[in-house]
Write a protein that binds this ligand. Sequence first.
Ligand SMILES: [Zn+2]
Length: 147
Amino acid sequence: MSKCRNCGGEIGNDERICPHCGIAYPAGLSKEISNDFTSRLDPVMPEYELYRMRTRKTTCLLFCLAGWTGAGFFYLGNKIKGALWLLGSLLFIVGLSTLGIVYQTQDHPAWLYILVVMGIVYCVNIGFGLYFLFASGVKDAEEELLR
Ligand SMILES: [Zn+2]
Protein backbone atom coordinates (compact mmCIF):
# COMPACT_ATOMS: atom_id res chain seq x y z
CA MET A 1 0.00 0.00 0.00
CA SER A 2 1.08 3.61 -0.58
CA LYS A 3 -0.40 7.05 -0.14
CA CYS A 4 -2.08 9.28 -2.73
CA ARG A 5 0.14 12.23 -3.69
CA ASN A 6 -2.94 14.45 -3.76
CA CYS A 7 -5.21 13.56 -0.82
CA GLY A 8 -2.94 11.28 1.23
CA GLY A 9 -5.53 8.44 1.30
CA GLU A 10 -4.45 4.80 1.30
CA ILE A 11 -4.21 3.31 -2.19
CA GLY A 12 -2.90 0.17 -3.90
CA ASN A 13 0.60 0.39 -5.41
CA ASP A 14 -0.58 -0.06 -9.00
CA GLU A 15 -3.76 1.97 -8.66
CA ARG A 16 -4.29 4.08 -11.81
CA ILE A 17 -6.92 6.33 -10.26
CA CYS A 18 -7.25 7.31 -6.61
CA PRO A 19 -10.49 5.86 -5.16
CA HIS A 20 -10.76 8.84 -2.77
CA CYS A 21 -10.11 11.95 -4.88
CA GLY A 22 -10.05 10.56 -8.43
CA ILE A 23 -6.59 11.85 -9.47
CA ALA A 24 -4.73 9.87 -12.14
CA TYR A 25 -1.60 7.88 -11.07
CA PRO A 26 -1.96 8.78 -7.34
CA ALA A 27 1.29 6.97 -6.41
CA GLY A 28 3.26 8.92 -9.04
CA LEU A 29 4.20 7.70 -12.50
CA SER A 30 5.44 4.12 -12.39
CA LYS A 31 9.01 3.40 -13.48
CA GLU A 32 7.84 1.66 -16.66
CA ILE A 33 5.84 4.67 -17.82
CA SER A 34 8.59 7.25 -17.18
CA ASN A 35 11.23 5.04 -18.84
CA ASP A 36 9.00 4.59 -21.85
CA PHE A 37 8.49 8.34 -22.11
CA THR A 38 12.18 9.32 -22.02
CA SER A 39 13.15 6.64 -24.53
CA ARG A 40 11.05 8.45 -27.15
CA LEU A 41 13.23 11.55 -26.94
CA ASP A 42 16.23 10.66 -29.08
CA PRO A 43 18.82 13.45 -28.92
CA VAL A 44 20.67 12.13 -31.99
CA MET A 45 17.65 12.47 -34.28
CA PRO A 46 17.82 16.20 -35.26
CA GLU A 47 21.44 16.01 -36.41
CA TYR A 48 20.76 12.87 -38.36
CA GLU A 49 17.83 14.57 -40.09
CA LEU A 50 20.00 17.57 -40.98
CA TYR A 51 22.68 15.33 -42.45
CA ARG A 52 20.11 13.50 -44.54
CA MET A 53 18.53 16.67 -45.96
CA ARG A 54 19.09 17.29 -49.66
CA THR A 55 20.35 20.68 -50.79
CA ARG A 56 19.03 23.18 -53.31
CA LYS A 57 22.54 23.77 -54.70
CA THR A 58 23.16 20.11 -55.52
CA THR A 59 19.73 19.80 -57.15
CA CYS A 60 20.37 22.91 -59.26
CA LEU A 61 23.84 21.72 -60.25
CA LEU A 62 22.54 18.32 -61.38
CA PHE A 63 19.80 19.94 -63.48
CA CYS A 64 22.25 22.37 -65.10
CA LEU A 65 24.98 19.83 -65.88
CA ALA A 66 23.04 16.66 -66.71
CA GLY A 67 19.40 17.59 -66.31
CA TRP A 68 18.26 15.57 -69.34
CA THR A 69 19.35 12.33 -67.62
CA GLY A 70 16.81 12.97 -64.86
CA ALA A 71 19.70 13.19 -62.35
CA GLY A 72 18.02 16.06 -60.47
CA PHE A 73 14.84 14.05 -59.91
CA PHE A 74 16.78 10.89 -59.01
CA TYR A 75 18.74 12.91 -56.43
CA LEU A 76 15.48 14.13 -54.88
CA GLY A 77 14.29 10.52 -54.63
CA ASN A 78 11.68 10.88 -57.39
CA LYS A 79 12.68 7.76 -59.30
CA ILE A 80 9.60 7.61 -61.52
CA LYS A 81 9.84 11.29 -62.47
CA GLY A 82 13.57 10.80 -63.14
CA ALA A 83 12.93 7.81 -65.41
CA LEU A 84 10.17 9.64 -67.31
CA TRP A 85 12.40 12.72 -67.64
CA LEU A 86 15.24 10.60 -69.07
CA LEU A 87 12.88 8.82 -71.47
CA GLY A 88 11.24 12.05 -72.59
CA SER A 89 14.59 13.77 -73.11
CA LEU A 90 15.95 10.86 -75.14
CA LEU A 91 12.85 10.78 -77.36
CA PHE A 92 13.07 14.55 -77.84
CA ILE A 93 16.83 14.61 -78.58
CA VAL A 94 16.96 11.48 -80.76
CA GLY A 95 13.69 12.24 -82.54
CA LEU A 96 14.46 15.86 -83.46
CA SER A 97 18.11 15.10 -84.24
CA THR A 98 17.02 12.34 -86.63
CA LEU A 99 14.67 14.79 -88.36
CA GLY A 100 17.56 17.24 -88.58
CA ILE A 101 19.79 14.62 -90.21
CA VAL A 102 17.09 13.46 -92.63
CA TYR A 103 16.11 16.96 -93.76
CA GLN A 104 19.54 18.61 -93.63
CA THR A 105 20.46 20.97 -96.44
CA GLN A 106 23.54 22.94 -97.40
CA ASP A 107 22.22 25.96 -95.52
CA HIS A 108 20.91 23.99 -92.52
CA PRO A 109 23.45 21.29 -91.64
CA ALA A 110 22.49 18.53 -89.18
CA TRP A 111 25.02 19.61 -86.54
CA LEU A 112 23.42 23.05 -86.33
CA TYR A 113 20.01 21.42 -85.87
CA ILE A 114 21.33 19.11 -83.11
CA LEU A 115 23.02 22.10 -81.44
CA VAL A 116 19.68 23.94 -81.34
CA VAL A 117 17.89 20.84 -79.96
CA MET A 118 20.49 20.39 -77.19
CA GLY A 119 20.31 24.13 -76.49
CA ILE A 120 16.56 23.87 -75.91
CA VAL A 121 17.04 20.80 -73.67
CA TYR A 122 19.68 22.58 -71.58
CA CYS A 123 17.64 25.78 -71.31
CA VAL A 124 14.63 23.85 -70.00
CA ASN A 125 16.75 21.96 -67.44
CA ILE A 126 18.62 25.07 -66.30
CA GLY A 127 15.18 26.63 -65.81
CA PHE A 128 14.23 23.71 -63.56
CA GLY A 129 17.58 24.04 -61.74
CA LEU A 130 16.92 27.73 -61.02
CA TYR A 131 13.42 26.86 -59.83
CA PHE A 132 14.80 24.36 -57.30
CA LEU A 133 17.45 26.90 -56.24
CA PHE A 134 15.17 29.87 -55.67
CA ALA A 135 11.53 28.74 -55.31
CA SER A 136 10.20 28.67 -51.76
CA GLY A 137 9.00 25.48 -50.11
CA VAL A 138 10.44 22.97 -52.60
CA LYS A 139 10.43 19.46 -51.15
CA ASP A 140 11.99 16.11 -52.02
CA ALA A 141 10.24 12.77 -52.43
CA GLU A 142 10.09 12.31 -48.64
CA GLU A 143 8.28 15.66 -48.24
CA GLU A 144 11.38 17.15 -46.60
CA LEU A 145 12.20 20.78 -47.41
CA LEU A 146 15.43 21.25 -49.33
CA ARG A 147 18.22 22.81 -47.33
ZN1 LIG B 1 -6.41 10.79 -3.65
